[in-house]
Write a protein of this length. Structure first.
Length: 94
């Protein structure tokens, strides 16, 4: 990873000394951005690359509930020939 890319990473840390409980519709997302067209209407340019997924880390003695965790890459048309970004990472410690 390039050193100048580090400030743009999406990192989420949620920690508790007791518990983390997700509600029915609870969700945490650290998804990468989707490629967009540039000023000349081109999608396949170095100015319009998609972003990699970020990172989610939950730390608590108990983690429960039907919530959703998501850290996926942004989309980029495969016809562009550019390297696809990577999915993110999710870590749950209980």
């Amino acid at each position: 990873m390039a050193a100048d890319a580090a400030p743009f990473l999406r990192r989420i840390l949620i920690a508790s000394s007791t518990r983390i409980v997700f509600g029915t519709f609870g969700r945490i997302r650290a998804n990468g951005g989707t490629a967009v067209t540039n000023m000349s209407g081109q999608v396949c340019s170095d100015q319009a690359a998609a972003g990699a997924g970020g990172a989610i880390r939950l730390v608590a003695p108990t983690i429960s509930g039907p919530g959703t965790l998501q850290a996926v890459r942004g989309s980029l048309p495969t016809a562009c020939g550019q390297v696809q970004p990577t999915d993110g990472r999710i870590r749950v410690e209980s």
